[in-house]
Design a protein around this ligand. Sequence first.
Ligand code: ATP
Ligand code: MG
Length: 445
Amino acid sequence: MSTTVPPADSPLAAVSEGLGEQAWIEVIQKMDEVYNDLLQYEVALEEKNAALEESHQFIESVLASMSDILIVCDRNGNIEEVNASLCHFAGKDQAALEHTPVFSLFADDSERARAREVFARFGREGVHDCEFFLRAGDGATVPVSMNCTPRVSQTGKLMGMVVTGRPVGELRRAYQALRQAHDDLKRTQGQLLHAEKMVSLGRLVAGVAHELNNPISFVLGNVLSLKRYAQRLESYLGAVQAVDNPELKALRAELRIDRVLADMPLLIDGMIEGAERTRDIVDALKRFSAVDKMTPEQVSLNEVVERSVRWVVQSASARFAVSVDLPPRLICSGSSGQLQQVVMNLVQNACDATINQPEARLKISGLVENGMACIRFIDNGPGISEEHLGRLFEPFFTTKPVGQGTGLGLSISYGIVERHGGKLAAANLPEGGAEFILALPVESS
Ligand SMILES: Nc1ncnc2c1ncn2[C@@H]1O[C@H](COP(=O)(O)OP(=O)(O)OP(=O)(O)O)[C@@H](O)[C@H]1O
Ligand SMILES: [Mg+2]
């Protein structure tokens, strides 16, 4: 360390004369120490400044990269600081937002009032995940899930609040899309299962129909022959009876031949009726499983519907109001007889289902979309119970009393519609009643 002695002609030299050299040296050493301390303070200050700058930049970068919006407000609810996300959301820069009331960010007066009320109600506890509508920079109202935490000083005094928020519109849209996709998947899976079930049923039924076809044909053929033979036998027995032979007469009485002869036509007619019914069922089963092939023709669906409605309404036991509203000229390629069978069964089913309604109604409406005619049959009956919905198209499924329904109507219709390249579906309406949708490919007019 260097020590400085005042020059001999300086004013200090005079003073120094009164002081010892030692005192000067001490003063100068003290100054040196103070100077050193100062230097160290300066270095420490610079280090602290650098650390402060670094943490400032860190906070700035965290705030800038936050996707959630952040607002720091004072006690009166005026904005003090916001992050880049809010600037982007509101379409304004930081300077334009500062010192404006935070409530001006909300979508409208009612939303502002609600926010004021909620923020005030929860006060120091803060608000968690509360959804509000904010006004975005492009004028749109966006739902935002908000959190609000009070900001307190070191002494515990309330300084304002920190508000964060996450726009949930995107999230909700994504969730809705996901749910839609899930529902579509479930429906497709159901349709696939249903289609598979119908294909297996078709195969099974085709086998049964094939096996039954021959026996029932010869039962029917034989019983018709038997009827003819019975008439001949009766005539012969009549002739035998005319012969005056007491033994024969006794035997006739003993064997109760007159009773047998009286019963025979009834028994044979019963057999014929039963065999014919069985043959009709086998025919229906063959139609369901597409054993019979059809030659396609041009069919007017308008005429098919009109004819079916007329026939069912004419034979209905009670009043049954049917309204038809179809686009004109619905032309489909296929079998008019088979399509008639489908529509008649749908109208007849609706008529049966609404039998106990004070004002039985069926509404038939239609539209054409992407080359498909979509015809809806909506009735005001009791609808279809959940456990029956999945079984409607199964052969022999019926809820009608024995003798009133075979349960083949819808299953045959399903097969027919499939072979025409269409679809047949059933549902319940929320307001009650059943809805059947018949979709068939139509020619573009
Ligand atoms: N519009 C409807 N409202 C309520 N249930 C219905 C309706 N249409 C059909 N169903 C139910 O579906 C069952 C099956 O109908 P499907 O036409 O196959 O046979 P069915 O009418 O009982 O007998 P079939 O048609 O052979 O005379 C019916 O018994 C009924 O329970
Ligand atoms: Mg039916």
